[in-house]
Design a binder for this molecule. Structure first.
Ligand code: 41L
Length: 324
């Protein structure tokens, strides 16, 4: 049951995919950085439902409640949600899963209320699903047996409709060949070593660092030394605490950023994609590369996928990338 679903850019911060849950249409954010499928539900307080499509389990003929089950998730950006659990039939593009664990939000944090997503589809490894007392499987894990190949791919072009392909790779969405690297799923992410990077023809050491392919993150987030080395090559760039990141004049031309993906070589994000856009004040623009904070795990988000078709292959597992 291979299929493809359109991913529509929303405010430049996420891509939303129209998804059927128990016959009800919701615009969901596909997130390869987490493993919970959760939706805005009728159980939410009214003020938290404003502006969203709501899933009402009592209106679904195929919903079954999982009594005594719950979930609670905190994302690295500080946002979070929690609630109860049931199962229902979920259809994405041409791929249908019956008995999918659907996590009903009874509480969501403010960024979700003001955001465009009616929930998330977690596509990381099921080992980090938060449902208790029995951990649940992701949509992709449940769909795998019905797919020609146990893989899905993300095509997320800048400011244009993209797609998530399930069960096959679509050669009309990329040029050249797909380069694959082994994935270490022990932390539940699509993770691989990322031990160097290049800026303006200079190669820098990033020993001990890994990277994760994370469609649930907007930007590219790396350690402070990499961020500092990058913006040292951007004239007039500086860290602006009021904006919470590095900014520069919008007329500034930016260097490409090349990042090592496993031992497979470098992926190059063109300088044009390294300007995330206006801060809203004057001619100041915000950089697409920002700090991940502490730790040695870089996060390669949507800006990466604006340049590369990403293939998430459960056999291996491995991650593949090709210029899109
Ligand atoms: O949380 C993050 C990115 C982040 C921000 C700040 C520091 C470190 C990492 N991404 N993310 C990945 N999946 C998400 C789902 C919801 C919200 C954010 C999500």
């Amino acid at each position: 049951q291979d299929g493809s679903a359109t991913a529509v850019p929303n405010q430049g911060v996420e891509y939303l995919v129209s998804t059927s849950v128990g016959g009800q249409s919701l615009n969901l954010d596909f997130d390869t950085g987490s493993a919970d499928l959760w939706v805005f539900s009728s159980l939410l307080p009214s003020n938290e439902k404003t502006g969203h499509n709501i899933y009402t389990s009592s209106n679904s003929k195929t919903f079954n409640s999982l009594s005594g089950y719950s979930w609670s998730i905190q994302y690295a950006d500080g946002s979070g949600s929690s609630g109860s659990v049931g199962t229902d039939t979920v259809t994405i593009g041409g791929t249908t899963v019956t008995g999918q664990a659907v996590e009903l939000a009874t509480q969501v944090s403010s960024t979700f209320v003001s955001g465009g997503a009616d929930g998330l589809v977690g596509l990381a490894f099921s080992s980090i699903n938060t449902v208790t007392p029995v951990q649940q499987q992701t949509f992709f894990d449940n769909a795998q047996s019905s797919l020609d190949s146990p893989l899905f791919a993300a095509y997320l072009p800048f400011n244009a409709d993209g797609a998530y392909d399930f069960g096959y790779t679509d050669s009309s969405k990329y040029t050249g060949s797909i380069t694959y690297t082994n994935v270490d799923s022990s932390n539940g992410f699509w993770e691989y070593p990322s031990t160097s990077y290049q800026v303006g023809g200079q190669t820098y050491d990033n020993s001990g660092y890994t990277g994760i392919s994370d469609t649930g993150t907007t930007l590219v987030l790396m350690g402070d030394s990499a961020v500092s080395n990058y913006y040292a090559q951007v004239s007039g760039a500086s860290y602006d605490s009021s904006q919470g990141g590095y900014t520069f004049d919008c007329s500034t031309s930016l260097p490409d950023l090349s990042i090592a993906i496993g031992g497979s070589g470098y992926a190059t994000i063109p300088g044009s994609l390294m300007n995330f856009g206006s801060t809203g004040s004057g001619s100041t623009c915000f950089g697409s590369l920002q700090s991940v904070g502490s730790g040695t795990q870089n996060i390669y988000g949507d800006v990466f996928f604006n340049a590369y078709y990403g293939v998430f292959d459960a056999s291996g597992p491995s991650f593949g990338y090709a210029v899109s």
